[in-house]
Design a protein around this ligand. Structure first.
Ligand SMILES: Nc1nc2c([nH]c(=O)n2[C@@H]2O[C@H](COP(=O)(O)OP(=O)(O)OP(=O)(O)O)[C@@H](O)[C@H]2O)c(=O)[nH]1
Ligand SMILES: [Mg+2]
Length: 322
């Protein structure tokens, strides 16, 4: 990872557990960090540090009882984010809260807010929470299309089936496809994605993205040549990254997410050395950007991806109907 930091010299991460608490209207509870503490004034998901020997579920129940005066049933894991701050490293393990009893009160004097999900991004939060908000609001699978080797109709039919199966974020990619044919196919694919309410990004072609008012997915080399975000805010920009320098550039450009890999062996890049989940998490903690894991991934890998701080998985073969 360069940076002159050896893994051995790293302090172990602090284990933090936090909860996503919802009211009957589906709003989500945020607490504001009080003055005089680390990251004061920022909004966070209520929770705190796990004590030695304590399970994450028990720690969350204890923290929410102490800080909010409620009793909870701990639900499913959402995401666990490894994050480095200037003076410490942490692993923020976020759980959905199932049923809860009592009246929520800020027992530490902290301000509270019930935020409708679509407003979450407007609260100032610590870096580790940016992937948490993305995990709540954005798709856990990112389909990258294969090149249309057979007929265009068959390719569009497969795309349609992927959308029927619930894919909601798509990158249109065809590295060796002739341009007139590709432009036509992109237009048809954009129609299909719009009909299904799915987000669509085109690989590499910023001008085409602007013309069709869709997102763009930047290649790593292209990313490193840009100094400003290539599309207006509100239009998605994704980026493929393999190194920390590329991730930092993606973050400083204001990309919405990155795709990082290969995490496992993949036929797309047979000679690349896989990062493994440990390598993925080591990159994850250096930036606050939502990151998809790619390379030999399928829907069955989403849980392990989330446990290493990923937004989810990106795949060609693993998500394309056969
Ligand atoms: N609870 C919580 N902590 C978070 C979030 N995001 C995030 O970076 N953190 C960091 O994780 C650590 C959690 O510590 P905490 O201060 O809540 O711990 P605590 O409740 O046990 O209280 P303490 O301050 O008395 O130690 C802090 O460094 C905090 O900045 C979040 O969404 N929720
Ligand atoms: Mg706390």
């Amino acid at each position: 990872m360069g940076e002159g930091r050896s893994r051995e010299a790293q302090t172990p991460p602090v284990d933090v557990v936090a909860g996503v608490i919802r009211d009957k209207a589906g709003r989500i509870l945020l607490a504001r960090r009080t003055e005089g503490r680390d990251l004061a004034g920022l909004w966070e998901f209520p929770g705190g540090k796990r004590e030695p020997g304590e399970s994450p579920e028990a720690a969350l129940a204890r923290e929410l009882h102490e800080e909010l005066g409620i009793d909870i049933d701990c639900g499913a894991p959402l995401i666990a984010v490894p994050q480095r701050y200037p003076h410490k490293r942490l692993r923020l393990d976020v759980r959905m809260v199932g049923a809860w009893r009592g009246t929520v009160k800020g027992l530490d004097g902290q301000a509270l807010a019930w935020a409708p999900p679509h407003t979450l991004a407007s609260y100032q939060m610590p870096p580790a929470d940016i992937p948490v908000v993305a995990a709540l609001l954005q798709p856990d699978r990112y389909l990258v299309t294969p090149a249309p080797d057979g007929s265009d109709a068959a390719w569009l039919e497969s795309l349609e089936r992927a959308l029927d199966a619930g894919i909601r974020r798509v990158q249109l990619r065809a590295p060796h496809c002739a341009s007139a044919r590709w432009t036509q196919l992109v237009e048809a694919a954009v129609d299909a994605c719009r009909r299904h309410g799915a987000e669509v990004l085109v690989n590499g072609d910023i001008a085409l993205a602007q013309a069709l008012r869709i997102g763009v997915h930047l290649r790593a080399a292209q990313l490193m040549q840009l100094d400003v975000r290539p599309l207006a805010e509100g239009m998605r920009v994704g980026a493929s990254c393999h190194t920390l320098d590329e991730l930092r550039r993606a973050e400083s450009l204001g990309c919405d997410f990155a795709v990082v890999g290969p995490v496992a062996d993949t036929l797309t890049h047979p000679d690349a050395t896989p990062l493994g989940w440990t390598g993925f998490a080591a990159l994850r903690e250096e930036v606050a950007l939502p990151m998809y894991a790619i390379g030999g991934m399928g829907a069955q890998d989403i849980d392990v991806a989330r446990a290493h701080g990923a937004q989810g998985i990106a795949a060609i073969r693993g998500l394309w109907p056969t």
